[in-house]
Design a protein around this ligand. Structure first.
Ligand code: ADP
Ligand code: MG
Length: 263
């Protein structure tokens, strides 16, 4: 039975997509079957895995709006060790169209039920908003949310509203919706500010911040244009090593053994 984690933060540019791809790829590297769901109409996760969003015929949009099964829409890349439910520009219209449907907040959750037994992890990459698409991502997140936070000025801005949204979803859908972990991204140890942000975020989310911190690295910005995660594009980079560490931290907390020789 897959664990489902949704990466959420309504701020753009904090590392949601980067973390979804690279955590996903390293979970795959450690032997897990991983499905990444691109829930953002901007299709960044889709393009970062080398797929031209304009060529996507079917994907998240059809799964949310249609009644067709999810399986035929999933793409699998054995080399990158990750499967993808791609997004396309059509998803931008989903917001309005969902409004006319029953159980509009539960469409994604219902759609992924039939494939839960096929994966170990399902990661959902949200758009930078608290829209109906994101609410679908939250309602589907049966094992919790991962909140990437950028180590920058005003890092905590907006997290109060995110917390309120999580509370609302918890009570409306009788879910636990735990904060599975807060991930500090784009850390630059040379700056005082980054260190201050780490302290501040740990105070705001006591015991919920992942030990692994993702450093800022030029390789991260390059990898998407090669359509690859760091695990194949630049496995020796500091950020790749950090995402590998994060995958091991998540697996350890979930009680999943890493294959022998890969520890
Ligand atoms: P979000 O999905 O939250 O909008 P992204 O993952 O797309 O954020 O990241 C925003 C930008 O920051 C992207 O251009 C990405 O390449 C860059 N970025 C993310 N993480 C890092 C990092 N650790 N080091 C350097 N650049 C990063
Ligand atoms: Mg994104």
């Amino acid at each position: 039975m897959a664990k489902i984690y949704t990466l959420v933060n309504q701020k753009g540019g904090v590392g949601k997509t980067t973390s979804a791809i690279n955590l996903g790829a390293y979970l795959g590297y450690y032997g897990q079957k991983v499905l990444l769901i691109d829930l953002d109409p901007q299709s960044n996760a889709t393009s970062s895995l080398g797929i031209d969003k304009n060529t996507v015929r079917t994907g998240t949009y059809e799964v949310l709006l249609g009644s067709a099964p999810i399986s035929p829409h999933i793409l699998h890349n054995p080399r990158l060790k990750i499967s993808l439910l791609p997004s396309s520009p059509a998803l931008a219209g989903a917001e309005v169209e969902l409004a006319d449907l029953d159980h509009q907040e539960k469409r994604l959750s219902t759609a992924i039920e039939p494939v839960l037994s096929r994966y170990d992890y399902i990661l959902i990459d949200c758009p930078p908003s608290l829209s109906m698409l994101t609410i679908n991502g939250l309602v589907a997140a049966k094992d919790g949310v991962l909140i990437p936070v950028q180590c920058e000025y005003l890092a905590l801005e907006g997290l109060g509203m995110l917390t309120q949204t999580l509370d609302r979803v918890r009570s409306s859908f009788s879910m636990n919706l735990p904060v599975r972990g807060v991930l500090l991204t784009m850390f630059d140890g040379r700056t005082r500010l980054a260190l201050d942000v780490v302290t501040e975020v740990k105070k705001y989310f006591p015991d919920q911040v992942f030990q692994t911190v993702i450093p800022r690295s030029i390789r991260v910005a390059e990898a998407p244009s090669y359509g690859q995660p760091l695990s194949t594009y630049a496995p020796e980079s500091s950020a790749a090593k950090a995402y590998a560490n994060l995958a091991r931290e998540v697996l350890g907390q979930d009680g999943i053994m890493i294959p022998e020789g890969m520890e």
